[in-house]
Design a protein around this ligand. Structure first.
Ligand SMILES: [Zn+2]
Length: 294
């Protein structure tokens, strides 16, 4: 026979075990719901290997849809961070960074050499001949919506009166290291910045089931438009990854254009939804002009 004390311990043990089961089941339920709702467990704000080499080239299956159309040379420069990187061991950040000093030199080079800057959303009209541009035209783009765009890049764009398109990840707005709603409103109000979508939470779209990819592409547009009272015309593929089905979703969502990370300076109706870009390096002065004109 068990004594009273023993019984008390048994009851305690049952209660504890019961609580543990409820806790674990609730955990599984919440985890499952999170995955089903937005797939957001799969993103990391600081991205591991940022780009894969294959994404700098055109996906082979895309070429068969291309028609013979006229092309224009219009360099789109791709920036990520514009800051003095504090942690020397942060090699990804460093590889994606241009220092504010170099950035300013680049803007001065554009200005001194008579370059006009445009938004990415201007490209459809440029290609259609509705907007006539000189051979000294360029587009500046900034991916991910980092805080340093507001603190470092934007003041310089204002100083030189040059335009840029920023690609914002909706769920990153206001997170540590990213611009918040107020800052974004201010940059849009300047008239120098176009806001484009970079999905809800920066997932590689070609690896997602269509239903999730669609949500990332469609919902980010709708939410950004609602938050800022603007039309979002431009889209950027996270990590530069896309395929024909992802490209079709971007068209269906009503975007006018999309940028890839495919290297190049030539744009046409064919690649309106996978516009080529060049990576911002530490070029400036005549080197930069040669690179843009070549
Ligand atoms: Zn990105």
């Amino acid at each position: 026979m068990k004594n009273k004390k023993q019984n008390k311990i048994d009851v305690k043990a049952y209660i504890l075990a019961g609580a543990l089961v409820v806790f674990v089941l609730t955990g599984f339920f919440l985890l499952g719901r999170k995955i089903a709702m937005d797939n957001s467990l799969f993103h990391t704000p600081i991205e591991p290997a940022y780009y894969h080499e294959e994404d700098f080239k055109k996906p082979p299956e895309i070429t068969i849809y291309e028609k013979k159309v006229s092309e224009i040379k219009l360099p789109i420069i791709m920036y990520h961070y514009v800051e003095y990187v504090k942690d020397p061991k942060d090699t990804i950040r460093k590889s994606l960074d241009v220092t504010p000093y170099s950035f300013e030199k680049q803007l001065a080079t554009l200005k001194n050499n008579g370059y006009q800057t445009y938004f990415v959303k201007d490209i459809p009209d440029i290609l259609a001949g509705k907007t006539v541009v000189s051979s000294r035209s360029a587009i500046l783009t900034f991916d991910d919506g980092y805080e340093d765009f507001y603190t470092d890049a934007f003041p310089l764009l204002k100083k030189y009166q040059l335009k840029g398109t920023i690609y914002i990840v909706y769920d990153f707005i206001g997170r540590h290291g990213f611009m918040n709603e107020k800052e974004l409103k201010e940059v849009i109000a300047s008239g120098l910045v176009e806001l484009g979508s970079h999905t809800l939470d920066h997932l590689s779209l070609k690896s997602l089931p269509t239903m999730f990819a669609k949500k990332q592409i469609f919902d980010s547009k709708a939410l950004l438009e609602k938050m800022f009272g603007i039309t979002v015309d431009s889209f950027a593929y996270p990590y530069g990854t896309f395929n024909k089905s992802v490209e079709d979703l971007v068209r269906q969502a009503g975007y006018r254009d999309a940028v890839s990370v495919i290297s190049g300076k030539t744009q046409s109706q064919n690649n309106l939804y996978y516009l080529s870009r060049i990576r911002a390096g530490y070029f400036e002065g005549s080197n930069m002009v040669n690179l843009l004109q070549k």
